[in-house]
Ligand binder design. Structure first.
Ligand SMILES: [Zn+2]
Length: 182
């Protein structure tokens, strides 16, 4: 029906700050493996100040910020691009960044907004006697006006279709707009 853009946080290798174990730091870094599912995709080397990630022949150093919490210290990454404290980083072409810097949409928020508009459009089309939503270039093709319906009502329904189409277009364009701004 509608093209879904596929940049979501679900399909990118990620690194969670809470997986980093606070240690009794000395000069020896904690060395670990970076895994994606069951595959090893690199190595990690953690000191108190930063984590060094080696993956695909590329090495990247990410600064860490520790905060004391009731249950012990907790690490957060400082995103190498925006410098903000983040719990999750994602890798794209060997670079680890936060979701904002990579323009990743959270699957839940993005998909649920899209789904809401898709469902609304399906209902409108159904109420007009159509069986399924047909589109051209992402815009909904409205079914013909049912005989019993007044033109005024029909035009209002068309306006609602346009509003849903515009909202969906905006949802798809938003990540691109952010990419341009960066
Ligand atoms: Zn960032």
């Amino acid at each position: 029906m509608h093209k879904k853009h596929e940049w979501t946080t679900d399909n990118y290798p990620r690194l969670r700050a809470r997986d980093l174990i606070p240690g009794n730091w000395d000069d020896t870094p904690l060395v670990g493996r970076l895994t994606l599912g069951t595959d090893t995709i690199g190595t990690t080397s953690v000191t108190r100040d930063h984590v060094t990630i080696t993956s695909n022949g590329m090495e990247e150093q990410i600064a860490l910020a520790w905060t004391e919490q009731p249950y012990g210290a907790r690490a957060r990454f400082l995103c190498p691009q925006c410098g903000k404290r983040r719990d999750l980083l994602y890798v794209m072409e060997g670079h680890w960044r936060c979701r904002v810097c990579l323009n990743l949409a959270y699957r839940t928020s993005q998909a649920s907004k899209e789904r809401r508009h898709d469902l609304a459009l399906a209902k409108i089309v159904h109420d007009l006697g159509g069986t399924e939503v047909e589109t051209i270039a992402g815009m909904t093709i409205p079914p013909a006006k049912p005989r019993y319906m007044h033109w005024k009502t029909y035009n209002e329904v068309i306006a609602r279709i346009d509003a849903h189409d515009a909202a969906l277009l905006w949802l798809w364009l938003q990540p691109l707009a952010k990419a341009v701004r960066n």
